[in-house]
Design a protein around this ligand. Structure first.
Ligand SMILES: NC(=O)c1ccc[n+]([C@@H]2O[C@H](COP(=O)([O-])OP(=O)(O)OC[C@H]3O[C@@H](n4cnc5c(N)ncnc54)[C@H](OP(=O)(O)O)[C@@H]3O)[C@@H](O)[C@H]2O)c1
Length: 339
């Protein structure tokens, strides 16, 4: 079978190769899944460059989400049955034509949901869901501040806010994005290109500070949000877009204002989906993923735009996905056997 493999960490364009490797053996309790589509996430490229939170033993394939079809099941597997379309939870190495994984890490895809949407239903939708509904446990009427609110995760957060009736303060860096936020029902928008963030936060919270925040920018912006947390407030830092494409270690620093943090006794905590997944019972991760698939299928959630690349054009796909953080998801198409 074909697989995108790297044998050493480095620049993806140099170290990633399309290779022919033997198909994996079918063990008890496992399923063999033929991969149809797998997206390129920023985390995949971080992993290939050797700077992700999880580094596999090499050689390895990148990839942490995909849609595929069950081709065979090992002894003892109760389901899903052969022919079922599935997505994976807690599975690495998805950039290959076939994957062997425990059958209980597969979640069936509802009929009628397009393959490209199913292929991107895990990382960003589940991150948005887990941050808001699990880690922050937001209830109707609660307020949440989010940075990079027009990002893919941010848009899912906004749509979940409509569904679960929590309210949002949305920080963006370009006023043009306000329309996107308002169209998705965002309650408040602060654009740092033409507004004083601190003054506006004071105003919006009547000087009380922010109780709950999620931040994927970090750096100076994340630190400023932390400085405006309410007493006992919590900010979950799940990304560091301010360090995107940086190599200078000083660019990875988030300069927290210590006095305010001390007196507010606020919490600034890192958040990472793979660790959240491991902290939850597998049945709950599967249930949340299944619920998100249903919401994508019935139109409660709208997925981002998608662009699809044949496997033979993987270098071009990576070049596009590795550009400035963008809004369209780049998918690798493993279904074309002759690619
Ligand atoms: N911890 C986890 O488990 C986890 C899971 C999923 C995603 N993530 C992380 O979450 C982040 C968002 O992912 P995504 O796929 O939703 O991103 P995305 O769709 O590519 O969107 C990026 C957004 O961030 C904005 N942005 C980029 N750099 C910025 C900066 N320095 N300051 C302020 N805004 C900035 C962009 O605004 P412009 O349009 O103005 O450029 C754009 O709206 C990424 O860092 C990703 O790695 C983490």
């Amino acid at each position: 079978m074909k697989a995108l493999i790297y044998r050493e960490t480095g620049e993806p364009k140099s170290v990633l190769k399309l290779e022919e490797i033997p198909p994996p053996p079918l063990d008890p309790g496992e399923a063999l899944v033929r991969v149809l589509l797998s997206p390129i996430n920023a985390s995949d490229l971080h992993m290939v460059r050797g700077r992700y939170g999880y580094q596999p033993e090499l050689p390895a394939s990148p990839g942490i989400e995909a849609v595929g079809i069950v081709e065979a099941v090992g002894p003892g597997v109760q389901g899903p049955s052969v022919g079922t379309r599935v997505v994976f939870v807690d599975t690495w190495n998805t950039w290959r034509e076939q994957i062997m994984c425990p059958a209980d890490k597969l979640v069936p895809v509802p009929d009628g949901l397009d393959d490209p949407v199913a292929a991107t239903s895990y990382i960003n939708p589940l991150t948005a869901w887990a941050l808001t509904r699990s880690s922050h446990n937001l209830k109707e009427g609660n307020w949440l501040l989010q940075t990079a609110a027009a990002s893919s995760v941010g848009k899912f957060v906004l749509q979940l806010a409509q569904q679960y009736r929590f309210k949002t303060i949305n920080v963006i860096r370009r006023r043009e994005q306000e329309t996107i936020i308002r169209n998705l029902g965002g309650n408040e928008v602060i654009s740092t290109d033409d507004q004083d963030l601190r003054a506006r936060l004071q105003e919006l919270t009547a000087g009380n500070g922010i109780e709950r925040a999620i931040d994927c920018v970090a750096g100076e912006l994340g630190a400023e949000i932390a400085r405006n947390l309410a007493p006992g407030g919590t900010m979950l830092v799940y990304g560091a877009l301010s360090s995107h494409r940086q190599t200078d270690p000083s660019k990875f620093i988030m300069p927290l204002f210590a006095p305010r943090l001390i007196y507010s006794t606020a919490t600034v905590r890192g958040w990472w989906l793979p660790r959240w997944v491991l902290s939850q019972p597998l049945a709950e991760v599967r249930a949340a993923t299944s619920n998100l698939l249903t919401m994508l299928s019935n139109g409660t959630l709208t997925p981002p735009a998608i662009v699809r690349y044949s496997l033979k054009d993987f270098q071009e796909a990576i070049r596009l996905a590795d550009g400035e953080a963008g809004q369209q998801k780049v998918l690798l198409d493993f279904s074309e056997r002759a690619a």
